[in-house]
Design a protein around this ligand. Structure first.
Ligand code: ATP
Ligand code: MG
Length: 576
């Protein structure tokens, strides 16, 4: 794993993006003695998704490029929504992506004592007050973008009274919602985030780490800024929605007298077409049983992608290619799929397998005979060696590879046509049979005895090459064909995002695959030649009962579509 490609993709010596440029400038100016420390700060209220991967790759990447540190910090300030299972899943996902926290993972809850001290400091300095208004009243007096808010009637409480009330909040004397601690900022600020934001609230809820020790919990802005400061984070990288919170971030650090001052820099979130990237919505899919769980292979979660067979290197490469920008945009899923194919093409061994089998009988091959043909494990990588594939008189080919009356540019099997059975023989179709319902049940052919290994003896041109398996050697395998989870490019745009779910996002077939499939371990990745990339399901695959998940198809129907469109456009004069 390396973040270096991200640092300087052009080799020009210039930083790749505005964040790297800002960090380089800070280092050049000697800020924090040139030290770089970042963190990845998830809230443990759901599983991580591909958007988080972008943040992980960025945070760990810039730390590594600058010889700095990066650690995982759980923002566990809202016990109502947080659970240990999410803490564990996040740790595993970050590790699987190829990153190691510098030192142990931290938790905002590690800092609860110090955060509390900072809050008392704010009170003593007259910068925070205990407000008895209800959440509703606070909302109602906040004002709007056009109108200023109103000062709470508790805003000018004396320091001693504030301190006393805050201590009693901490001691658990008051019920939930009875009081909050608010920053004393400016109820007329044009930035609504600065209109006396709440810093602490009463929540008598068990926390997954601190148990019942705390009846009050700090809010995100306060806890986040000061956790960064406590941990000596030099560059606090976060997404654009926090840009309007930056003055509050800076205020929390300055007003509470923290001596370490981190710098927050915002970047655009990753948005992916045909994908939902929000833990809240993903949780809804899980809770409503619309997917099999957080790790359902159709989910854009890291756990789902792992189960789908997507290699971590492809996710890292994709995140680097997308880069960081200051403006929100939607990235085409085709770009992600391209990164996946690129990686899998180089690294997956090939097998032959037939998803929709139809029998092919080689009439001039003796019924009892069989032989082995050597086939490359990976044509992209000679060092991967060869495997041996059994051949016999009765084979299976894919139904889509035969047509009775083919169109002009169909180079597969048809009556009278000659094709190559990959790595084996050239065969010419001699006939076929239909079953009672009209479906083709058997195709027949004869092989050219001089074409052993699949090359034409006289150099004649044979355009089609088919994959095949020997019927009596093949293993029957459950194959799960996953497709996009959503049919709409922007799920939810026209209403409820769940209405855009793709009803055909999972189709299960019984495939026939060459016997080596039996050697796959759970999580093992292969290419079924001409068909797609697959992974032995990391959870349910057994050697005696194999289960394969389709990761991606071989070619991108989209890319072809786009190319055609581009070609079309280039014919219009004046356009490129
Ligand atoms: P969601 O909106 O999915 O619930 P979140 O922002 O609430 O995500 P956090 O756990 O708070 O999730 O996020 C941890 C870190 O990951 C934050 O720094 C956040 O900015 C970053 N992050 C979250 N979503 C994305 C995204 N789509 N692209 C890039 N970074 C993201
Ligand atoms: Mg969040």
């Amino acid at each position: 794993m390396s973040g270096r490609e991200g640092a300087d993709p052009s080799g020009s010596g210039r930083p790749a993006d505005f964040i790297r440029a800002a960090i380089a400038a800070d280092r050049a100016a000697g800020r924090h003695d040139g030290r770089v420390a970042t963190r990845f700060p998830p809230e443990p209220n759901g599983f991580l998704h591909i958007g988080h991967a972008k943040s992980i790759v960025l945070n760990f990447g810039v730390a590594e490029e600058n010889g700095g540190s990066c650690h995982l910090r759980y923002d566990d300030t809202n016990p109502a929504k947080e659970e240990q299972q999410y803490v564990d899943a996040i740790a595993e996902d970050v590790r699987w992506l190829g990153y190691r926290s510098t030192g142990p993972a931290r938790f905002a809850s590690d800092h609860f004592d110090r955060l509390y001290e900072y809050a008392e400091t704010l009170i003593r300095r007259g910068a925070a007050y205990v407000d008895d208004l209800s959440a509703e009243e606070i909302r109602a007096t906040r004002g709007t973008l056009e109108t200023p808010g109103q000062n709470s009637r508790y805003r000018d409480r004396p320091v001693e009274e504030n301190l006393d009330l805050f201590r009693r909040m901490r001691a658990g004397e008051f019920p939930d919602g009875a009081r909050v601690l608010r920053a004393r900022m400016d109820m007329a600020s044009p930035n609504l985030n600065l209109r006396d934001p709440t810093l602490y609230r009463i929540r008598r809820i068990r926390h997954h780490r601190t148990g019942d020790a705390w009846p009050i919990y700090p809010l995100y802005d306060f806890a986040h800024a000061l956790s960064d400061s406590i941990e000596g984070i030099t560059h606090s990288l976060c997404t654009l929605e926090f840009e309007n919170h930056r003055p509050l971030y800076d205020w929390c650090v300055a007003a509470s007298g923290a001596d370490f001052v981190p710098r927050q820099i915002e970047f655009a979130r990753l948005n992916l077409g045909f994908t939902v990237l929000s833990k809240r919505r993903l949780k809804q899919l899980v809770d409503e049983g619309r997917v099999s769980g957080w790790d359902d292979p159709r989910m854009p979660t890291i756990a789902g992608m792992r189960r789908r067979g997507i290699p971590p290197a492809a996710i890292r490469a994709f995140c680097r290619r997308v880069g960081v920008a200051k403006r929100d945009s939607v990235v085409d899923v085709a770009l992600f799929e391209h990164a996946i194919r690129d990686e899998l093409n180089r690294t997956s061994r090939r097998l032959m397998g037939v998803l929709d089998p139809v029998k092919l009988v080689v009439e001039n091959y003796p019924p009892e005979a069989e032989e082995m043909f050597a086939a490359a494990n990976n044509p992209e990588d000679a060092s991967a060696g060869v495997r041996h594939v059994p051949f016999s008189r009765e084979l299976f080919i894919d139904r889509a590879d035969f047509m009775e009356s083919p169109p002009r540019r169909f180079f597969r099997m048809a009556p009278g046509r000659e094709v190559r059975l990959r790595a084996a023989w050239l065969v010419t179709c001699t006939g076929f049979d239909r079953g009672p319902d009209g479906e083709i049940v058997e195709v027949r052919c004869r092989l050219d005895p001089d074409s052993r290994g699949g090359s034409a003896p006289d150099g004649r041109r044979v355009r089609g090459t088919l994959h095949w398996v020997s019927a009596r050697h093949a293993v029957e395998v459950e194959v799960r064909l996953y497709d996009r989870l959503f049919l709409a490019a922007e799920p939810g745009r026209g209403g409820d995002f769940r209405d855009d779910l793709n009803p055909d996002s999972l189709r299960t077939v019984r495939a026939r695959i060459e016997p080596l499939v039996g050697e796959l371990a759970p999580g093992g990745r292969i290419q079924l030649e001409r068909v797609g990339y697959f992974v032995a399901d990391p959870v349910e695959h057994r050697q005696e009962a194999p289960v394969l998940n389709r990761t991606v198809t071989l070619r991108d129907a989209w890319a072809r579509l786009l190319k055609r469109r581009k070609r079309h456009r280039s014919r219009i004069p004046g356009k490129r």
